[in-house]
Design a protein around this ligand. Structure first.
Ligand code: ZN
Ligand code: ZN
Length: 593
C-alpha cells in the first residue's frame, strides 16, 4: 500500500507558500525530517563544500516502494496530510510534501530507497526524470542533492559564505539530535566529522556529545506539567552562560522551534541567577495536544503559536527558578579544573567580565544600570523539580550551619575563609549586597521600613518632565521610606529616608532611586520594586576595594550563610566559591583521582 498521497490543489493552496529551498540548512532540514518521519534510527549527513557541492543523507528508515519514491518528487505529494482537518492536527515533523519537488527542480538528485525487498533508484536533473529503475535492496533511503542552484545561478548568490552555511547546518543537526536522543546523528563536511551523537536515548548523554563535559556536568534536570503542557529537559547552572540565545534549545512535540515567548520565560526563570545580557544552555521539551499549537504560522516552520501561552510561560519560568534555587550554587572549583587546569580561570566561562560589578568603586555605580527582569506574581502551579542529588532543605541546612573563619582579604575585595571542608573565596561586596537585599526585601514586604529625618533636607532640581513623573510617584517613594515633597519650581525636597541607607551615601542612593523612577516605563510592576531594592542594597553595602577588618568580614560571612539564597548577589553574580579539601588535594596532586 502506498504511503504517500497526492494532495488536492485546494488543500495545497491552503498551506502558506514559503521559500523551501533557501539555505543549505533548509535542504538538509527537509531531507533529514523525511528520514525521521521514516522512523530512521541512524541518520548520516555528508556534505561537500558545506553542501554547495553535495548534500547526502543516508538513513535506515522504512524506505519507500517504487510508486511512492516517484510520487515523492511531485509537487503537492505528501505522506503527512491526507485530509483538510489534518492541517490542524499535524503531529509529524514535515507537513508540506512539495519540498522534495522544489529541491529536485534546482539540483541533481539521486535517490536509492528500499523497504527491504526490491529497491528503487531515481535520478532527477533540474526537475527532469532521467533514471527510474530497480536497484539494490538495503532497507532505508539514501538521497543526494548535488550542485544546488546549478540551473538558477541568481539564487546561488544568496547563499552565504561556506562557513556560515556550514554553521547553520551544524546548529540545526545539533538541535535535532537534542530533540531526538533516540536517533544517532552523524554530520561530516569534506570527510571531517562535525557532529556525532550515539542515539543512546539518554538526553544528558546527547548534551555531553554536543557540548562536552564542561556543560553536561553542569546541567540540572527539570520536569513539570500543568493541565495542558508537559515540560522536561535540562537547564544549565549559571556558571556556563553564553552570549547568544542560540543554545536555548526548545522542542515542541519533537519539533525544533524558536519562540520568543518561550525564550523570554526561560530567561525569567533565571532571574537573579544571571546577569541580563547572558543566556543559558537549555534543552526544553514541551509536549502537548497538537490541537493547542499552530505550526503553520511561519513559512520556515520554525515558529509556533501556543494556546494558553501565559500558563505555559509561567510553568517554564517557575520550574526553572525553583530548580535553580533548589540546587547548590556555590561555585565548585572541580568543574573549572576539568575545563582549564589553571586556577585563575574566570568564574564565568566564555563571558567577559561583567561590567556592572567587576570594576572598583565605580563598579557599584555601573551595576545599577543592569536591568532586572522578574515575574513576581507567580500563580501557584504544580511543579515537580527533579534533582539528582540532595534536596534543597538539606543543602540550605548545610550552609546555614557552615562556620567560616576569615583569614585574609585579597585585593581589598575577596575574603579568604576556611571552613570545615576546605577554602572559600567570598566577594565582599556581592555577599554584603545579598544580605542587605534580603533584609530590605523583607522589611519592604512586611511594610516595616524604619525612617529617619534628614539633618539637612535634600533638594533636587529636575527638568519639567522629570519633575512631573516624580510628582506622580511620591507614594511609591513613600512606600520605600522616602518622604518627598514639592519644593517650588521643578524642585523636590527629601525630608526622610529609610534607616538602612549607608551613612555618607544617602544623597547618592536617593539620586539613584530618583533616576530609576524617571527611567522606568512599567512603573507599577513588581520588577520595579525589586530594582529599587537591589539599588538600595547595593548602595548600602561594603564596596569592592574598600578596606574592611577581619571582624567585619566575619560578620558578613555569618549573615551570608543565613540568607535564603546565599549564593548570588542581588544581580545574579556569585557570592562564594568553594574549594573543598578534596579539590585542594587534587590540585596539589596529593590525590590522583
Ligand atoms: Zn552591587
Ligand atoms: Zn550585585
Amino acid at each position: 500500500m502506498s504511503r504517500i498521497h497526492v494532495m488536492s490543489d485546494n488543500l495545497s493552496n491552503k498551506i502558506a507558500a514559503g521559500e523551501v529551498v533557501e539555505r543549505i540548512a533548509s535542504v538538509v532540514k527537509e531531507l533529514v525530517e523525511n528520514s525521521i518521519d521514516a522512523e530512521a534510527k541512524n541518520i548520516i549527513v555528508n556534505l561537500k563544500e558545506s553542501g554547495t557541492k553535495l548534500i547526502e543523507v543516508i538513513d535506515d528508515g522504512i524506505g519507500m516502494d517504487s510508486e511512492d519514491a516517484l510520487l515523492s518528487f511531485q509537487r503537492h505529494a505528501t505522506s503527512k496530510i491526507t485530509k483538510e482537518d489534518d492541517l490542524f492536527f499535524i503531529n509529524t515533523l514535515g507537513f508540506r510534501g512539495e519540498a522534495l519537488a522544489s529541491i529536485a527542480s534546482v539540483s541533481k538528485v539521486d535517490m536509492r530507497t528500499s523497504q527491504g525487498m526490491e529497491g528503487t533508484h531515481i535520478y532527477i536533473e533540474g526537475g527532469k526524470l532521467i533514471t527510474n529503475e530497480t536497484s539494490d535492496a538495503r532497507k532505508g533511503t539514501t538521497i543526494s542533492v548535488a550542485d544546488l542552484f546549478y540551473n538558477t545561478p541568481a539564487r546561488l548568490k544568496y547563499l552565504k559564505t561556506l562557513q556560515t552555511e556550514l554553521a547553520n547546518v551544524t546548529m540545526y543537526i545539533e538541535k535535532l539530535a537534542l530533540a531526538h536522543e533516540e536517533i544517532s546523528f552523524t554530520l561530516t563536511n569534506n570527510g571531517n566529522s562535525i557532529v556525532y551523537t550515539s542515539g543512546s536515548n539518554d538526553l544528558l548523554k546527547v548534551i555531553h556529545e554536543i557540548y562536552g563535559y564542561s556543560v553536561s556536568s553542569n546541567m540540572i534536570k527539570i520536569e513539570a506539567s500543568n493541565d495542558d503542557y508537559d515540560i522536561s529537559g535540562y537547564i544549565c547552572k549559571p556558571t556556563i552562560l553564553k552570549s547568544t540565545k542560540t543554545h536555548m534549545n526548545v522542542m515542541v512535540n519533537g519539533r525544533v522551534v524558536s519562540n520568543n515567548n518561550v525564550n523570554k520565560a526561560i530567561n525569567e526563570g533565571y532571574f537573579r541567577f544571571k546577569p541580563d545580557p547572558k543566556y543559558p544552555v537549555v534543552v526544553l521539551k514541551i509536549e502537548t495536544d497538537p490541537t493547542l499549537i499552530d505550526v503553520n504560522i511561519h513559512p520556515s516552520k520554525n515558529d509556533i503559536k501556543f494556546s494558553k501561552i501565559e500558563d505555559l510561560e509561567q510553568l517554564i519560568s517557575t520550574t526553572i527558578n525553583k530548580a535553580l534555587t533548589n540546587t547548590l550554587l556555590v561555585q565548585n572549583v572541580e568543574e573549572r579544573i576539568q575545563v582549564k587546569p589553571i586556577v585563575n580561570t574566570p568564574v564565568y566561562e566564555e563571558t567577559k567580565p561583567i561590567v556592572d560589578e567587576l570594576s572598583d568603586v565605580k563598579g557599584d555605580q555601573l551595576e545599577l544600570i543592569s536591568t532586572i527582569e522578574e515575574k513576581d506574581d507567580y500563580k501557584e502551579v504544580q511543579v515537580k523539580v527533579e534533582e539528582s542529588s540532595v534536596s534543597h532543605d538539606n543543602k540550605n541546612e548545610e550552609i546555614r550551619n557552615l562556620v567560616l573563619t576569615p583569614l585574609a582579604i585579597i585585593k581589598k575585595t575577596y575574603i579568604v575563609a576556611e571552613g570545615e571542608d576546605g577554602m572559600y573565596l567570598i566577594d565582599q561586596h556581592a555577599a554584603h549586597e545579598r544580605i542587605n537585599y534580603e533584609r530590605v526585601t523583607k522589611e519592604f514586604e512586611e511594610r516595616k521600613i524604619n525612617r529617619t529625618s534628614m539633618l539637612i533636607p535634600l533638594t533636587i532640581e529636575l527638568s519639567t518632565s522629570d519633575f512631573i513623573k516624580i510628582k506622580e510617584h511620591f507614594d511609591a517613594l513613600d512606600s520605600f521610606g522616602f518622604l518627598v515633597e514639592e519644593f517650588g519650581l521643578n524642585t523636590i525636597v527629601i525630608k526622610e529616608h529609610p534607616t538602612w541607607l549607608r551613612a555618607g551615601y544617602e544623597e547618592e542612593t536617593i539620586n539613584k532611586v530618583i533616576e530609576l523612577i524617571i527611567d522606568e516605563k512599567n512603573f507599577s510592576d513588581m520588577k520595579f520594586n525589586n530594582k529599587v531594592i537591589a539599588t538600595i542594597a547595593c548602595k548600602a553595602s561594603v564596596r569592592a576595594n574598600e578596606e574592611i577588618s577581619l571582624e567585619q568580614a566575619s560578620a558578613i560571612l555569618k549573615d551570608l550563610v543565613l540568607c535564603d539564597n546565599p549564593y548570588n548577589c542581588a544581580h545574579g553574580r556569585p557570592t562564594i566559591i568553594h574549594y573543598s579539601n578534596y579539590e585542594l588535594e587534587k590540585m596539589f596532586k596529593r590525590v590522583m583521582n
